[in-house]
Design a protein around this ligand. Structure first.
Ligand code: SAH
Ligand code: SF4
Length: 344
C-alpha cells in the first residue's frame, strides 16, 4: 500500500484526484499526517466512512516506542523505536536553552563500518523511508509532550547513503503545511561521501553540513574510517571547500578525540594547517567508548582545542548530553540486539 506520509502535498493531491477523492481532502490529510497522528481514525474532521476508506486503501509509517532511557543528569531521552517490519532505530531527544532538539536515524544500521562506532559494528539492514524519519520526530513529540524545533541527522546510518529519501524528508519536514521546521534548524552529518556532497551543494540548502573528519591525515583516517580509502582527506576537504563556496555555509567538522589515536599535538597542528582559510568550524567530541573497540576518551581535549584556536580555527568542545544513558547512537540498539541474541 502507498505510504501517504512519503508524499508531498501536490503528489497527494494528484493521488486523491486519480482515486476520485476531492482535492481539498488531500490538504486535510497531509496536515494530520504531519501533525503525527498514528492512525486514520484520529483524523477527526473527516467522516467515519472516509477514514475507513483511506485506511483500506493507504498506509503511513509510525514509530513505536520499544525502549526508552531518561538521563538523570539532564533529562535527555534516548528512544529505541520500531517500525512495522520490526526494524529498530535510535533517536535522542535533548533539551537546550532555546527548545528541544532531536537526533534521528536515517538507516537501520550503516554500511560504512567506522571502527569506533556502535552502529557501524552492528551492520546494515535497510534504508529508512522519509515517513519513518518524520515518524521518529513525531513519536518523540507525542511521548514527551514537547514541540521540537531542531533536527540533527546524526543518529544511526549515513544520511548521504540514503540520499533520495533524506532529501525528500528535508522537503517534507520543512514544508509549510507539514512540521514547518526551517532548514536553518537542521544539521546533516556525513562521514564524507564526496560525490553526494557535490550533489547536495547543488541543492543550495540552508542546512548545516557536519563532516565527520576525526583525523588530520590518511594514515589515521583510513585506519578508523574505511570510506577514506575511497575518498581521502584531501579529496574530502576539496569537496567541503566547493560546498562552502556554493552554499556560503560554514562546514562543521566533527572530531571525536580518541586517546592515543588522533589526539596528539602533531595531529592538532596538522589539522590546523589543512583547514587554514576554509569557512569552517571544528567540534571536538569526547569519544564514547564502545564495547569491543578498545578506544578510550582522550584527556587532551582542552590542549588540542587551544592549539587549534591559536591558529585561527574556531573550535568548540561538545557538551555531552545523556552521559549516563549509553550516550552515542547505536549503543542501545546494539545492547538490545545482543540481549535478544543471548535469550534466543
Ligand atoms: N553517518 C554519519 C552520521 C551518523 S554518526 C556520520 O558518520 O557523520 C553521528 C556522529 O557520531 C558522527 O560524527 C560519528 O563519527 C560520531 N560517532 C560515532 N561513534 C562515536 C563514538 N563512539 N563516540 C563519539 N562519536 C561517535
Ligand atoms: Fe556509519 Fe556514521 Fe557510524 Fe561511520 S560513524 S559507521 S558513517 S553511522
Amino acid at each position: 500500500m502507498t505510504d501517504l506520509k512519503c508524499m508531498t502535498l501536490p503528489e497527494l493531491e494528484a493521488l486523491f484526484k486519480q482515486d476520485g477523492l476531492p482535492k481539498f481532502r488531500a490538504k486535510q490529510v497531509y496536515r494530520w499526517l504531519h501533525r503525527g497522528v498514528v492512525s486514520f481514525s484520529e483524523m477527526s474532521d473527516l467522516s467515519k466512512d472516509l477514514r475507513e476508506k483511506l485506511a483500506g486503501q493507504y498506509t503511513f509509517a509510525v514509530a513505536k516506542v520499544e525502549r526508552k532511557q531518561v538521563s538523570k543528569v539532564d533529562g535527555t531521552i534516548k528512544y529505541l523505536f520500531s517500525f512495522e517490519d520490526g526494524a529498530t532505530v535510535e533517536s535522542v531527544l535533548m533539551k537546550y536553552k532555546h527548545g528541544y532538539s532531536i537526533c534521528i536515524s536515517t538507516q537501520v544500521g550503516c554500511r560504512m563500518g567506522c571502527t569506533f562506532c556502535a552502529t557501524g559494528k552492528s551492520g546494515y539492514l535497510r534504508n529508512l523511508l522519509p515517513s519513518e524519519m518524520l515518524a521518529q520526530i513525531q513519536a518523540a513529540e507525542r511521548d514527551a509532550d514537547v514541540r521540537i524545533s531542531n533536527i540533527v541527522l546524526m543518529g544511526m546510518g549515513e544520511p548521504l547513503d540514503n540520499y533520495d529519501n533524506v532529501l525528500r524528508f528535508l522537503e517534507l519536514v520543512s514544508s509549510e503545511d507539514g512540521m514547518n521546521i526551517g532548514m536553518r534548524h537542521i544539521s546533516l552529518s556525513t562521514c564524507g561521501l564526496v560525490d553526494k556532497i557535490d550533489q547536495l551543494a547543488k541543492e543550495k540548502l540552508q542546512l548545516t553540513l557536519s563532516v565527520s573528519l576525526h583525523a588530520p591525515n590518511d594514515e589515521i583516517r583510513s585506519r578508523t574510517m574505511p570510506i577514506n580509502r575511497k575518498w581521502n582527506v584531501e579529496q574530502l576537504l576539496d569537496a567541503c571547500r566547493r560546498y562552502a563556496d556554493a552554499t556560503h555555509r560554514r562546514i562543521s567538522f566533527e572530531y571525536a578525540m580518541i586517546d592515543g589515536v588522533n589526539d596528539s599535538d602533531a595531529c592538532a597542528l596538522e589539522l590546523a594547517s589543512r583547514l587554514k582559510g576554509m569557512l569552517c568550524h571544528v567540534n571536538l567530541i569526547p569519544v564514547n567508548s564502545v564495547e569491543g573497540t578498545g578506544y578510550h576518551r582522550s584527556a587532551r581535549i582542552e590542549k588540542f582545542s587551544t592549539l587549534l584556536a591559536n591558529r585561527g580555527i574556531t573550535t568548540t568542545v561538545r557538551r555531552t548530553l545523556g552521559s549516563d544513558i549509553d550516550a552515542s547512537c547505536g549503543q542501545l540498539r546494539r545492547r538490545t540486539l545482543n540481549e535478544s541474541a543471548k535469550n534466543s
